[in-house]
Design a protein around this ligand. Sequence first.
Ligand code: SF4
Length: 455
Amino acid sequence: MTLTEKLLARAAGKSSVSAGDNVWVNADTLMTHDVCGPGTIGVFKREFGANAKVWDPERIVIIPDHYIFTADSKSNRNVDILREFVKEQGIPYFYDVIDDPEGTWKFDTKQGLLNRQFGSRYAGVCHTALPQKGHTRPGEVLFGTDSHTCMAGAFNQFATGIGNTDAGFVMGTGKLLLKVPETMHFRLEGRLQPGVMAKDIILHCIGEVGFDGATYRAMQFDGEGAASLAMDDRMTIANMAIEAGGKNGIFEFDAKTAEYVDARVRLNGTRRTYEPVERDKDETFVFETVIDLSKLEPTIACHPDPGNRRLAKEMDLKLDRAYIGSCTGGKTSDFIEFAQVIRGRSVKIDTFGVPATPEIVRDLQSTYWGNRTVWQVLTDAGVQMTENAGCSACLGGPVDTFGRMNEPLKCISATNRNFPGRMGHKESQVFLASPATVAASALTGKVTDPREYLS
Ligand code: SF4
């Protein structure tokens, strides 16, 4: 069996499963957020009754993160609906925007978009917050009401996005009927050259198979190249499995996984035990490829889809805007790579920076390069940085969202999706790239290979 088949066999209580089997799978964790949470709660109450109790309050994680820092009253209200439900059900893992459990959330436009407007429990973007808060464990099954839930596959989990109807059912029963996906095998060999990042790996892979080339399939990444990658990098790659249509992305468990997970479950007091799955000798794949990481170059997914691949060095495209942020591209390591290119220079086009989580804001504000923090290095260069960690303009959002494209602009972005209208205006265009390529392009105002800026 492949890693995904082994995970699903275990979760279904079976000794083995094959691709195409339909199995009832027990969930370890269900995650929802402010956009889909209210709908999921509505389905749960409609199907199980107004006074029904969730299957296990300890296994439901609720993370408001999407439409938070906006004056849109309906979006603000969604956070209040989550708070009321959490109180009613006794759900401990709710990462509220505000500290007062009896309060209501209202974004204060007078304070502006840049300065922190969240309380002490707020966790930021769900997929980045889940591992930081100790909710990802190898060998487990995670369902989330968000397509990029597959990011947790970096931790040797079966993690996939589900709709509100399925999530309402999981909320009531802890189970879901799943078809076991076929597995595509991406064997990574060699090491990345300087200036080439994990984002370039996944943009290369999606370019190979197309934006629908992995539809309802598992994407398994392994080999010595995969082992050489840090957890942040594996998260970037697993996150974008869905951009090829993948059901999930999955990595092997190793000492790096253990180090990250053990530290986080200890820090947060979450469940400590887990049982990873290991590779079998007799895996059956529907597709196999070997990728030599040393041959990869800075890569762009051009408008209008994530499979529309070009090399940065081959492009001559003028840009209006640059954006770094999201679950995929707004991690501490992403900002560090970005800042290494930007340091001591000035951006030429509007450039927006949105850390994925408050912890990342703290990292950037407390890491010094000489007498300047990384945060200051970025603002010195003209990058507009917000402390309000969250999804922000990654998926457009209400018109007052920080960094949203309200005009038909061209933006280079470290985010993960570039279908038309994704970051706002329906005629705007998004070009996906690594944080290093976004940085180099922000300096020149056109798509630029970051290797030109390596010292
Ligand atoms: S940052 Fe973007 S991709 Fe990630 S969860 Fe938010 S909207 Fe989705």
